[in-house]
Write a protein of this length. Structure first.
Length: 402
């Protein structure tokens, strides 16, 4: 996820209107690389035997039927004046299907019922124990307790929804400050045990920026760098067409991609023990005219288009651009690449390859237009939809055809 302008004095116009009426693994993984089959030999599949003697063979044919579709179950927010959302930064889904929304734009956390009914705003803006200033992530500790990451206040807020009581756990400023100083949260995940994952900015040299994924928790209060790679970019934007290591974090596992662009992923448990390493046969999508700086209608500054043309094409375009680990531990791998500066990098209407935690390929599915994947469990997926007027909705969809 990417969230720009995280400084506490930021006041979006829609907030005002509402007041009136959300150890490095890259080099380690490089040494483990074993080649997958080329796209031309997709029917033969690809197989990697990792150091734990696990082997996963994947082909382009998965377990899911080729024809899958979506059915909208419910929608909250949007143009409904009683359900205002400004900039949802993340959601968390409880076992019963209730949805907590960290709305960084409103500096509030909202809870929806399992059927999408708007229950209530459970926090206020402020510095008190049950208040937040810039919530960017939320997790369910249990059916009645929320954990909220308040990025500008450098703290975790634990909120008991039943009693309304709250407690605060400080987060090491040395962990939060690099991201806060950059003015942009490029990646953030919060696990129920209080572990926070952030992507740190780094020095830039010749158009390459050092990026590292770092975690911190109250039980292990050190800045633990778990992944490092170089990212191609300019003007603070990452060019998704250039391969780099990516990270996906779920409640119990985390997944990293190959740093040089092969379609290979590794799955780790919460303690960092490698569970499995697997590959897939997908090929990179061709670069679009906008990615080459040739599309005058693309929503980016003219200077960015000039820079893209001067930079040229990557030798091996990135096959994937995002990893999401859902509540079932399934791994959703986004194939479409967002343009520089694209909202959150989530990929509206993107295609995802979906794998079991074991690495076995299930199938591919494309989200509806203008919908970005937030969370999934079983056949249900929760998305962020941005409308024609910029309004935000949280939508529950179900896959049909399974």
């Amino acid at each position: 996820m990417g969230i720009a302008n995280t400084r506490p004095d930021y006041q979006p116009e829609r907030i005002i209107r509402r007041l009136e009426a959300r150890l490095t693994l890259a080099s380690f993984l490089t040494g483990l690389i074993v080649g997958c089959a080329s796209p031309e030999s997709a029917s033969a599949g690809c197989e990697i035997t990792d150091p734990n003697d696990h082997a996963v063979t994947n082909t382009s044919v998965g377990d899911w039927p080729a024809e899958l579709s979506w059915r909208e179950v419910w929608r909250a927010g949007g143009l409904n004046e009683a359900e205002v959302l400004v900039r949802p930064a993340g959601v968390a889904v409880s076992p019963d299907g209730s949805v907590a929304i960290a709305d960084w734009g409103l500096a509030e956390v909202v809870v929806l019922g399992p059927g999408g009914e708007w229950r209530r705003t459970v926090t206020a803006h402020g510095e008190g124990p049950g208040e937040v200033q810039a919530p960017v992530a939320v997790a369910w500790v249990n059916a009645h307790t929320l954990l909220i990451l308040d990025v500008s206040a450098f703290r975790l807020v634990t909120l008991d929804l039943g009693s309304g009581s709250a407690s605060v756990t400080p987060v090491d400023p040395a962990f939060m400050s690099p991201v806060f100083a950059a003015g942009q949260v490029r990646f953030v995940e919060l696990q129920p045990d209080g572990t926070v994952w952030l992507e740190f900015p780094g020095p830039i040299e010749d158009g390459w920026e050092e990026r590292s994924f770092v975690r911190w928790s109250p039980d292990n209060p050190v800045n633990d760098t778990v992944l490092w790679s170089r990212a191609r970019g300019f003007a603070g934007a990452t060019l998704a067409a250039w391969p780099r290591s990516l990270l996906g974090v779920g409640p119990e596992t985390w997944v990293v991609s190959n740093p040089v662009g092969n379609y290979e992923l590794e799955v780790f448990d919460r303690e960092g023990t490698r569970l499995v390493r697997f590959c897939h046969v997908g090929a990179a999508l061709p670069l679009s005219p906008a990615e080459r700086g040739e599309d005058a209608d693309a929503e980016m500054p003219d200077a960015w288009r000039d820079a893209l043309r001067e930079l040229g094409e990557p030798p091996n375009p990135a096959i994937i651009s995002r990893i999401v680990v859902d509540l079932d531990g399934r791994i959703w791998v986004q194939r479409d690449r967002p343009l520089p500066g694209a909202f959150d990098g989530h990929g509206a209407g993107a295609t995802y390859d979906v794998f079991l935690p074991s690495g076995r390929f299930l199938g591919s599915i494309r989200l509806p237009d203008k919908q970005r994947l937030l969370e999934a469990r079983g056949r249900r997926v929760w998305t962020l939809h941005t409308g024609e007027l910029g309004e935000s909705s949280i939508v529950a969809l179900e896959m049909e055809g399974l």
